[in-house]
Design a protein around this ligand. Structure first.
Ligand code: MTE
Length: 314
């Protein structure tokens, strides 16, 4: 017998995606897929055989709100490598994403390096609608394309000593002007426990809005962790390391009292300098209540049993 478990974010698709432009585009692409397959491939230059955008949507991941239009989400970004302004899009044009490889090292059977296109071919792609809640109290809801991080963990074959996964962004002062500032502890580092890394929600992202990631979103490969504050969703990843020790993250290095390792969304735990009780939705500027674990508690709360003494929500 097939039992469909209803989850917190499961609501009818028609309520989740009223963004007509996005839907129209998908309908057009989907309907014409057979005819147009050839011309739809290779959206990334040099990515001829498998330009798999738009990828099939995984219907298990729906939303309680409208998808944010790209003109809002794509013009209000945090990407400190290219500056501290939200209008980082023009500066992020300098990000050179080809060629791009990701190194897998640390406590694994055999370290390796893999090109992002090969990684995509091996893992396959799907689309998921996720909410995203920044620690600065703004939010968006977007269709990410990617694959579960668990697939990459399986390829990496961590050894028994591995307890954490550390992610690192590129380091290139010539390309990224923000990295010339000594104020920040470059490169950007983030981390998860291995259990968090294996959770079904933990998503490696290579695309958005049915196409490869535009630079300002963290091209060509980033994380999406919808139950955590956005700073955990590291952009432009070049290295994934399996470690025994908890990674020291970029924001922790800068201000540990304000930005901790766990950073799970919780409206009841204010940031030391502002409330986290509500959030401003990009595009509409509507203020809506923030939900514990950003609404994904059913999926992730179990990860934190027995860790109640930790600063789980900072
Ligand atoms: N990753 C890197 N390498 N550099 C950054 O400055 N900013 C983080 C996160 N990942 C950041 C990063 C923050 S604070 C947020 S809210 C999200 O990226 C923003 O993602 P978006 O610009 O796609 O909305």
């Amino acid at each position: 017998m097939l039992i469909k478990r209803s989850r917190g974010w499961d609501i009818p698709e028609r309520l989740a995606t009223p963004e007509s432009v996005f839907l129209d585009r998908r309908a057009l692409l989907g309907g014409a897929a057979g005819l147009m397959a050839g011309s739809l491939l290779a959206t990334r230059p040099g990515f001829a055989a498998a330009g798999p955008y738009p990828a099939p949507r995984n219907e298990a991941f729906t939303l309680d709100r409208a998808v944010t239009l790209e003109r809002y989400s794509g013009d209000y970004n945090n990407f400190y490598e290219f500056g501290t302004s939200k209008t980082v899009l023009p500066a992020a044009n300098a990000l050179k994403t080809e060629p791009w490889t990701v190194k897998i090292d640390g406590l694994v059977e055999k370290p390796f390096e893999i090109g992002v296109d090969e990684l995509i071919r091996k893992a396959g792609l799907e689309e998921r609608l996720y909410r995203h809640r920044c620690v600065e109290a703004w939010s968006m809801a977007v269709p990410w394309t990617g694959f579960p991080l668990a697939k990459l963990v399986a390829m990496a074959k961590p050894t028994s000593g591995a307890k954490y996964v550390q992610f690192q962004t590129f380091l290139d002062k010539a390309m990224a002007p923000g990295q010339r500032s000594f104020f920040y502890p470059w490169p950007y580092i983030e981390g998860l426990t291995l259990a968090e890394a294996m959770n079904d929600l933990t998503f490696i992202v290579t695309g958005i809005y049915g196409k490869p990631l535009p630079n300002q979103f963290g091209a060509p490969i980033r994380l999406a962790l919808p139950w955590k504050y956005g700073f955990k969703s590291i952009k432009s990843i070049v290295k994934v390391s399996f470690t025994a020790e908890r990674p020291k993250t970029f924001w922790e290095g800068l201000q540990a009292s304000e930005y901790g390792f766990w950073a799970n969304v919780n409206p009841a735990v204010p940031h030391p300098r502002w409330s986290q009780a509500s959030e401003r939705v990009l595009g509409t500027n509507e203020r809506v209540p923030t939900l514990i674990y950003n609404g994904y508690g059913e999926q992730v709360a179990g990860l934190y049993k027995g860790l109640e003494g930790e600063r789980l929500f900072v």
